[in-house]
Write a protein that binds this ligand. Structure first.
Ligand SMILES: Cc1ncc(COP(=O)(O)O)c(C=O)c1O
Length: 280
């Protein structure tokens, strides 16, 4: 596999970063991740927009213009020929002169295999456990996943799929996905404060608005509203739309995947295939 490292295109085994990078010493860096669908980089412009906005927010310069980076990614995809895969864009704080101040950012673009949740999870839904946590710079896709990784052991012990973060009685997001509920008025609701603006979330919201069959609201969701919701589901790049049927010990929608969630899975599938068709 080839990768892009700063201005160079190298075989992964020949690429490396030094041990004084601020990402390693202080966890300072951002990334983004998109997948290829039938060889087409899905929603690539949304991902690049988010990556460049994040770089600006954390005051790191990407060593390419957005258009240049897009063509570099195109070259990488041609070299690697891996039609179902993920692409990771990583921008680090660079080699720090004193262990704290940033240097020139290092940019690394890698391509890797991806796997999707099992069919069983799409038909029966998943269990989540709650955990009180607010991600630092929640709107930015930073490389800091300390809490999520640390909680893996607990997730496995509780026979759950993942963690859903709550904060001051509000529902935020999962470790790597956004959450949606169907509320008592049959509206589809998703939090928008203190969460990462997921690209799957964004494209599903657009599709719901265009479809017109359901009302979508971006607003705070209380923990109580989540556990009492008629239905719940998550969205994410490698999960698409996945039903949630249990939160801690409480079943959602009687533990069954509901009709709105099924509709959302179909709607997203169509959104993805329409995108692929128009970008092939
Ligand atoms: C914290 C967090 N929230 C939400 C998401 C979902 O975003 P996307 O749909 O762009 O994958 C991610 C993706 O990894 C994430 O890390």
């Amino acid at each position: 596999m080839y990768c892009v490292i700063n201005q160079r295109m190298l075989k992964e085994e020949d690429a490396s970063l030094g041990i004084r990078d601020l990402a390693l010493l202080r966890g300072y860096g951002i990334f983004d991740f998109f997948r290829l669908s039938k060889g087409v980089p899905l929603f690539i412009d949304d991902h690049l927009d988010r990556f460049y906005a994040a770089a600006e927010k954390v005051r790191l310069d990407v060593p390419y213009t957005q258009q240049e980076l897009k063509s570099r990614i195109g070259e990488l995809l041609n070299l690697n020929e891996m039609p179902i895969s993920g692409v990771r864009l990583l921008l680090t704080g660079g080699y720090t002169p004193d262990g704290f101040d940033p240097g020139h950012p290092n940019l690394v673009v890698t391509q890797e295999p991806i796997s999707f949740p099992s069919t069983e999870k799409y038909t029966h839904g998943i269990k989540l456990i709650t955990y009180e946590h607010l991600r630092e710079m929640a709107h930015v896709k930073t490389i800091n996943y300390m809490t999520g990784v640390w909680l893996r052991k607990k997730v496995i012990e509780e026979n759950a799929y993942d963690v859903i973060y709550t904060y001051q009685n509000k529902v935020l997001e999962l470790t790597r996905s956004n959450v949606f509920i169907v509320d008592s008025d049959n509206k589809i609701v998703t939090p928008k404060e203190n969460v990462l603006m997921g690209i799957t979330r964004k494209n599903l919201i657009r599709a719901i608005e265009a479809d017109g069959g359901y009302t979508i609201e971006e607003r705070d969701v209380s923990v109580n509203e989540l556990v009492e919701a008629k239905e719940a589901f998550l969205t994410g790049t490698t999960k698409k739309v996945l039903p949630i049927t249990q939160i801690d010990d409480k079943k959602i929608g009687g533990g069954q995947v509901g009709k709105v969630t099924n509709k959302m899975m179909t709607l997203f599938k169509k959104t993805e295939s329409d995108y692929v068709e128009s970008h092939e």
